[in-house]
Design a protein. Structure first.
Length: 259
């Protein structure tokens, strides 16, 4: 399963994401406004291929609220926030075998209220990278990859298990299971001191692609993450627990092409 990306190769993807939040402060639930489903489109381009790495860039070219879901109050405000996502760009770098090395998103001009969603998007971008084994494998082969990613000032350690469900010599389908643990840390958000005490997460689903790109071009996943933090509020410390449930579906908008 040797990757064979060429500079100039492109993929246009649509990403449908549904997020749900549960927040508890000192054990008491806090009302949280429901978010509508979001549909985001992006174009990924292979910029450079070396013996060691593949450098790619991407740009969001579409962002819509409520696609495929019920009309919710405040939809217009959510759409206005999403409009600021269009034109946001970034980079992804992987190894020649597809393992994620790093990535960055240029948040200039993005509505600050989108910061929580962008943390999830950065996680999804890392999940698009598919590390393939360097030894020959066949259908039903299994492998495990340990990696880390930094998002929002927090380092997450991931253990991903892959099973090769289908492979025709170019296109593949993988069953994926990921467990995640955050390293306890202290940081400041909006001028408020926060201490992350614990963070865990899990994800499962299926992703697919071809050997011409080191990222998946289709995926259906669902995951849950839980973060427990101590927050300084006006001189007193409260314990805040945030649970995020995410469902994501990624599909190619058109066939990959090379120029």
């Amino acid at each position: 399963m040797e990757l064979a990306p060429e500079p100039g190769a492109k993929a246009s993807l649509d990403m449908s994401m549904t997020m749900g939040f549960t927040i508890r402060i000192d054990g008491d639930s806090v009302p949280v406004a429901a978010l509508p489903p979001m549909l985001m489109g992006m174009e990924i381009t292979v910029d450079e291929v070396t013996d060691d790495a593949v450098a790619m860039s991407f740009v969001y070219d579409k962002a819509e609220a409520g696609s495929g879901g019920p009309v919710m109050s405040g939809m217009q405000e959510v759409q206005e926030m999403l409009d600021t996502l269009v034109g946001v760009s970034g980079t992804i770098t992987t190894t020649r075998s597809g393992a994620y090395i790093d990535g960055a998103v240029d948040l200039a001009g993005l509505d600050p209220a989108m910061s929580g969603a962008m943390d999830q998007l950065e996680q999804q971008l890392a999940d698009l990278a598919v590390p393939l084994p360097t030894e020959p494998v066949g259908v039903d082969a299994e492998w495990e990859v340990v990696s880390s990613i930094e998002s929002g000032g927090i380092t997450f350690c991931n253990v991903a298990s892959y099973t090769l469900a289908e492979f025709d010599g170019d296109s593949y389908e993988l069953d994926v299971e990921v467990t995640q643990n955050a390293i306890p840390a202290e940081f400041t958000e909006g001028g408020v001191p926060i201490e992350l005490k614990a963070g865990t997460g899990s994800l499962n689903g299926r992703s697919g692609g071809s050997l011409s790109l080191p990222v998946a071009v289709s995926a259906t996943t669902e995951g849950t993450s839980t973060m427990t933090m101590e927050v300084d509020q006006h001189g007193s410390t409260v314990t805040q627990e945030v649970v995020v449930d995410v469902e994501v579906e990624i599909s190619p908008r058109d066939a990959e092409s090379s120029t």
